[in-house]
Write a protein that binds this ligand. Structure first.
Ligand code: KG4
Ligand code: ZN
Length: 320
């Protein structure tokens, strides 16, 4: 939950993480997620310090994502807008992620390339402005974060696996194994990460009893994913002729990825932009920001509440 003002910026935000709740089950349990939304959304709203009569609109995530959680958020958002007699605005979850760097004092100018790397999506997008998105490439199977989580699980690490696998990889021998860099030796900007998980499993089974093998596999896996993201990001900048790269979504917290992307943008005399760490992963501030831009453009939702489990980003527009 967050309150954003078009002239003063972010006035407040509150977040409740469900990571601890899902960790007991080794991954997200959709039914628990939506029930927890029911319990937590209004208490979170009360943590924010604002007067209802200063609000001009209520934005909520309408997709893509788990339908139960989306329905809870959309119902509460739409109901608040009705109660306060203000506009309701739908926001696309990935639009929230790719605009999140705009919440910072120093932010990129349009156009730029966005690398979106979360648990559900891996996408390269040309961003011409708010509501102007062309998909350059995306994962054909597992998202980068999902591949991190699944490989972490088979290495015996807890949920969410990404950060744990990254920590383990630091102790791994970089020369012990070499995993493939999927889809890099042919043209195009699509990704495929699901084979790496199988590669990790086969390697683990072959070398099961060797000491330090988990760390060596973590290292080889992370190097392969990050190398692939680097190769495709470089290709996307060359192809579009753009110099600025926005990186968002949970995997953008990975420090090896960050160090290597710096080199990529230096090559084109450009710059890489991130949201602050708290806004790299899911948060309300990015939705409030995107919603505010759409509100200013005159968007208004009717009274009906609609959410979408699947919703292509590139189909979005904005009133001009
Ligand atoms: O964007 P996000 O918070 O949620 C989704 O919308 O999916 O992304 C979560 C994903 C998880 O898969 C998590 O394992 C991954 O981001 N992640 C990382 C790191 N921190 C989070 N992956 C690799 N290295 C990290 N340091
Ligand atoms: Zn997300």
């Amino acid at each position: 939950m967050a309150v954003y003002d078009s002239s003063s910026g972010l006035l407040g935000h509150a977040l409740h993480s469900q990571v601890a709740m899902h960790a007991r089950f080794g991954g997200v349990v959709p039914e628990l997620a939506s029930r927890d939304h029911v319990r937590k959304l209004l208490p979170l709203l009360r943590e924010l310090d604002f007067r209802a009569d200063t609000i001009d609109g209520v934005a909520y995530t309408a997709g893509p994502g788990l339908i139960g959680s989306l329905l809870v958020g959309a119902s509460i958002g739409r109901a608040l807008a009705w109660a306060w007699n203000v506009a309701a605005v739908e926001v696309h979850h990935m639009e929230g992620h790719l605009l999140a760097p705009m919440l910072e004092e120093e932010s990129p100018e349009f156009p730029f390339v966005a690398l979106l790397v979360s648990g559900g999506h891996t996408q390269l997008v040309r961003v011409g402005g708010v509501g102007d998105y062309s998909l350059l490439g995306e994962s054909l199977d597992d998202a980068a974060g999902e591949a991190f989580d699944k490989t972490a699980k088979l290495l015996g690490l807890g949920y969410p696996g990404g950060p744990a696998l990254a920590r383990l990889a630091e102790q791994g021998d970089p020369d012990k194994f070499r995993f493939p860099r999927p889809m890099t030796n042919r043209p195009g900007l699509d990704f495929s990460f699901s084979g790496l998980k199988t590669f990790a499993l086969n390697t683990l089974q072959r070398h099961r009893d060797e000491p330090g093998i988990h760390a060596d596999i973590a290292r080889a896996f992370q190097d392969a994913v990050i190398d692939t993201l680097i190769i495709k990001s470089r290709r996307a900048l060359r192809q579009t002729g753009l110099r600025h790269l926005v990186v968002a979504g949970g995997v953008s917290a990975n420090s090896v990825l960050r160090d290597r992307l710096k080199v990529v943008v230096d090559e084109v005399d450009g710059q890489v932009w991130y949201p602050r760490p708290a806004f790299c992963t899911d948060n309300g501030a990015m939705i409030a920001y995107a919603g505010c831009q759409r509100l200013l453009a005159g968007e208004r939702q009717p009274l009906a509440i609609g959410v979408r489990a699947r919703w292509p980003l590139a189909g979005l527009t904005i009133r001009r």
